[in-house]
Design a binder for this molecule. Sequence first.
Ligand SMILES: Nc1nc2c(c(=O)[nH]1)N[C@H]1C(S)=C(S)[C@@H](COP(=O)(O)O)O[C@H]1N2
Ligand SMILES: [Mo]
Length: 210
Amino acid sequence: MGQPESRERREPEQPELPPGQRLQRGWPVTHYGPVPKFRPERWEFRVFGATADGDKHCWNHGEFSALPFSTVVADLHCVTKFSMVGAEWGGVPARTVVELAPPAPDVTHVMVWAEYGFSANLRLDDFVGDRTIFATHKDGELLTAEHGFPVRLVVPHLYAWKGPKWVRGVEYMTADRRGFWEERGYHNVGDPWAEQRYSYQEEPGDGPEL
Ligand SMILES: Nc1nc2c(c(=O)[nH]1)N[C@H]1C(S)=C(S)[C@@H](COP(=O)(O)O)O[C@H]1N2
Ligand SMILES: [Mo]
């Protein structure tokens, strides 16, 4: 008697995707502009703006790499309608950064800054959400240059543009301001489950006037 037919084989589990998204096989590279060159001796991660003590907080690459590490399994939903699912991101939780460099009490939003002036604004609550992470690793390996090495932000509950690759700093803000894509027609909040894709969909209170 031969091996029994494998009736155990199941279809891969269908991940639940936000409305209007389709599953992307593989992991494409999506960004505006060139991939920056990493210069370790010049790199620093800065927390500035309305900090609690009024000072800037900086970590060089060695210091940042030594911050508390944890992992989050999260999907990326690109607003152009494809989703990459199931990656394990390793790095420094955004909440840890906020604990080490606390904001002033009246901070409501942050601007996350990346190389070449790319930026994304987030509500402080979204930033300190317990799954928001400054990822240095994906699936146990260091990020590749095109996917954001040495550090990218992953905000699992928002569209992927809210997670800059090549992050260099966080600015604490006492009022909201639009980041790079938010100034260029994309929704100020960007919740994929509510399909908040474009700024024309914004309701009063979703963002600063355009
Ligand atoms: N610095 C920077 N980060 C960025 C972008 C960008 O243009 N510049 N694009 C965002 C968008 S729109 C997406 S979909 C994801 C894509 O991440 P990936 O290239 O690792 O798939 O990166 C985000 N982070
Ligand atoms: Mo995207």
